[in-house]
Design a protein. Structure first.
Length: 417
């Protein structure tokens, strides 16, 4: 919203939720309620197509896991109205299937961790990570799914060498046979972000992940923009081999033993750490708009190195993972030490993804949603507390952000008590 709005592009937020942080931005021109893709993928597709059919809508930016799939599978239905920059379905199938992706990457000379179907592992003589075979569960990948069904499989299990694994139980839980991937010992994970035009790079970006959603890594919540020739080489070599088109967030882990950047996965959409790229000058939302509307001459491929940014909600999730997560293959840091690291980095680098002085309402809206969700979970058996939550009414942040902030502080105090 901020990127496009600052360039004078009219923006629409489409979501199944009554309120979302992006919809609270002063750069959001319109909010539209649509069905959730996980409830009915057809209804989600038709709702987006209805928005696309408006005469003043030029493109749709893929932000959810389901978006590239829907746009690629039903390309003809969308492209009669708007221009989309997404890979074709056959390429997307390779990317969404982590087995096929690692085979394709290996054939292109890209270092990859050993990856096998879970039912093909005979001995657990090394440390492994068990995760979904598919980046997205949908009809094209699993015959048991109907055309209206989809799910985003993000569960991960860490397996120590010598463990006893119930393969059948895990497969039943995940609705399919997942993969077992060699655990890569690494000090940091990296992202190679890119926008491609039919096999040719339009603009690229790199960052080093300092902290992830959990102490075992996950999506980046504190990162730093970098430029590394080797990372650029493996990133472009992979996307070139796929004849890539559109957005790509390519995740790598740098093996501490070999020094190689080993491929983890590709997300063919906007990614969680995008605000760090935009702050550094890699303005992917506007660049996508330019490519979709035939204005590639306006795209500036340069960005600044050394720019850092925090996702505050993610930093809290990271901290809670130190306390609550099951043991993983990574060393668990001390809670006090990690809390101090987060506070110190927020003080020395006060750059935040959502919280911005010139556009505060998205952060306040997100904070309200977190408070409400946590109160419902922690007070679900307390009728008087639930009644108090239902009766809570915050002022409109669009008209009185100061009163809105004060009301959230009062709600926070009630939760703490």
């Amino acid at each position: 919203m901020r990127s496009l709005g600052r360039h004078g592009v009219r923006t629409i937020v489409a979501s199944e939720h009554r309120s979302v942080p992006a919809g609270a931005s002063r750069f959001c021109d319109e909010r539209v309620r649509i069905p959730a893709p996980s409830d009915d993928l057809f209804a989600y597709k038709d709702s987006l197509k209805g928005i696309a059919a408006r005469p003043n809508v030029r493109t749709i930016i893929p932000t959810r896991p389901e978006d590239p799939y829907v746009f690629a599978k039903y390309r003809d239905e969308f492209e009669q109205y708007v221009s989309l920059v997404v890979p074709p379905l056959d390429v997307l199938k390779t990317v969404h299937d982590r087995m096929r992706l690692h085979e394709a990457a290996s054939a292109a000379g890209i270092p990859v961790p050993e990856t096998r179907s879970l039912d093909e592992v005979d001995e657990w003589d090394s440390d492994y990570v068990i995760k979904s075979r598919y980046n997205l569960l949908a009809e094209e990948y699993l015959p048991s799914y109907s055309p209206t069904e989809s799910d985003f499989a993000d569960g991960i299990r860490y397996v120590k060498s010598g463990s006893d694994i119930d393969v059948a139980a895990i497969a039943a839980e995940m609705d399919h046979v997942p993969i077992a991937q060699e655990y890569v010992q690494c000090e940091s994970q990296y992202v190679f972000g890119a926008l491609y035009d039919h096999g040719e790079p339009v603009t690229t970006f790199q960052h080093r992940q300092i902290r992830g959603n959990t102490y075992a890594n996950g999506g980046g919540v504190y990162r730093e923009s970098i430029k590394n020739p080797e990372l650029k080489s493996v990133g472009e070599q992979l996307l070139d081999s796929l004849n890539w088109h559109g957005l790509a967030c390519v995740e790598y882990a740098k093996d501490t033993e070999t020094g190689e950047y080993k491929l983890l996965e590709i997300n063919p959409r906007m990614w969680q750490s995008l605000p760090c790229a935009v702050r550094a000058g890699a303005d992917f939302p506007f660049d996508y708009w330019c490519q979709a509307t035939g204005r590639q001459d306006l795209i500036d491929p340069h960005y600044e190195v050394g720019v850092r940014s925090h996702f505050l909600h993610g930093e809290l999730k990271h901290l809670f993972s130190v306390l609550n997560d099951e043991p993983t293959l990574a060393d668990r840091p001390s809670f006090a030490g990690r809390a101090w690291e987060i506070l110190e980095s927020c003080y020395t680098t006060p750059h935040f993804d959502v919280f911005r002085i010139d556009d505060p309402r998205p952060f306040l809206s997100g904070f309200e949603r977190v408070l409400r969700a946590n109160w419902r979970r922690s007070r679900s058996s307390d009728r008087s507390s639930m009644n108090a939550l239902r009766s809570f009414r915050a002022p409109n942040p669009n008209t009185d952000s100061i009163s809105y902030t004060k009301s959230l502080v009062r709600l926070w105090r009630r939760i703490v008590r």
